[in-house]
Design a protein around this ligand. Structure first.
Ligand code: 13P
Ligand code: SF4
Length: 330
């Protein structure tokens, strides 16, 4: 197949010899090419296990900023690869499957957001990292779910702020920081899906369970939660807690690391509304596989490319976020 055909598909579907030990081959390729593999907690377990680093969106950006590798393979979704590329324009950044998008980032098309920002020129623009580089390019500071409340709090109480694109996270920050940020009306299809009724049912079954929820969930779900936080925050809480049972209302990939770090504890995925499935998976995150990772390392393809002018602007609010996070010790 030609590179053009691969590009159309978004990944390399070159058949892999069945006799190849994929994990061994990936390890050899990573060494030979001086590549680092970064994986998000929502990746399938085998990708998390083979990665050099597994973390939340903030940690992925932080590792990208400090790596000395020549190639970064981002096992995550497109905006995560873009963020790494914007931070490291001279490095090759690969994502095993370019089709790994994000419904939340898609809910904020750059042209409409630019117009919105223009119409509110007196506002400071704070964007969630789950956005395209073009949206970041018109942003004053980027946040992730780990640092969002603290970064918003670093602005004066009367600062006029636009927050986009996640309305649930925005409402949550408004409630915690007692602000009235102007919110973009976007959402994540995974986190909006959690069923209040099914979580209440689970809580009856496991009355001692702690309910953990990501702030991208709807406020009705967050009201039920004992702990609200980013993937890394929820993981840390579960590890430190003296409790043994947890109902987890975020993408179920995080449970892989939770079980690894706390094999004696019970983690129950919160179920979505309209499915017979017991857990909620991000179909974009799950597009990456060990086979695609192998092919992408072998052929150094597909790469993430960002328009130079956009990257020059987008890097500023990302670097601001990294600097504040460093000062906050995050
Ligand atoms: P984290 O910031 O917790 O990694 O969340 C990323 C994400 O995509 C949530 O849906
Ligand atoms: Fe985007 Fe939601 Fe998937 Fe996170 S879980 S990558 S916000 S679609």
């Amino acid at each position: 197949m030609s590179k053009e055909e691969w590009l159309k598909k978004g990944f390399i579907d070159e058949p892999i010899d069945k006799s190849i030990d994929l994990k061994k081959a990936i390890n050899e390729l990573r060494k030979e090419k001086n590549a680092v593999i970064l994986a998000h907690y929502y990746q399938q377990g085998d990708l998390q296990d083979i990665a050099d680093y597994v973390g939340d969106s903030l940690a992925l950006a932080q590792w990208a900023a400090k790596t000395t590798a020549d190639i970064i393979v981002l096992c995550g979704v497109h905006f995560m690869g873009e963020t790494a590329k914007v931070i490291c324009p001279d490095k090759k950044v690969l994502v095993p499957d370019l089709n790994a998008g994000c419904s939340l980032a898609d809910s904020c098309p750059a042209d409409r957001f630019v117009q919105f920002v223009k119409e509110h020129s007196e506002y400071t623009v704070i964007s969630y990292v789950n956005t395209t580089a073009a949206v970041k390019a018109v942003t004053d500071i980027v946040v992730t779910s780990t640092n969002a409340c603290q970064i918003v709090e670093s602005f004066p109480k009367d600062e006029k702020i636009i927050f986009g694109p996640d309305r649930n996270l925005g409402n949550y920050i408004n409630s915690i920081t007692n602000r009235n940020m102007l919110l973009w009306d976007g959402a994540c299809h995974v986190h909006e899906q959690f069923s209040v009724e099914k979580i209440v049912e689970l809580k009856k079954q496991y009355p001692n369970a702690v309910i953990l929820a990501h702030p991208e969930c709807k406020s009705v779900v967050l009201k039920l939660a004992d702990v609200v936080g980013s993937t890394a925050t929820l993981l840390k809480y579960a590890v430190k807690s003296d409790k043994n049972e947890f109902i987890v209302a975020t993408e179920s990939g995080i449970i892989h690391e939770m079980r690894k770090q706390c094999p004696q504890k019970t983690f129950i995925p919160a179920p979505p509304n309209d499915s017979t499935c017991a857990c909620n998976e991000c179909n974009f995150m799950r597009l990456n596989t060990l086979e695609k990772l192998y092919n992408c390392l072998k052929y150094e393809f597909p790469t993430i490319e960002v328009d130079e002018k956009i990257a020059k602007e987008a890097v500023k609010p990302i670097k601001k976020m990294l600097e504040i996070s460093r000062r906050l010790g995050l």
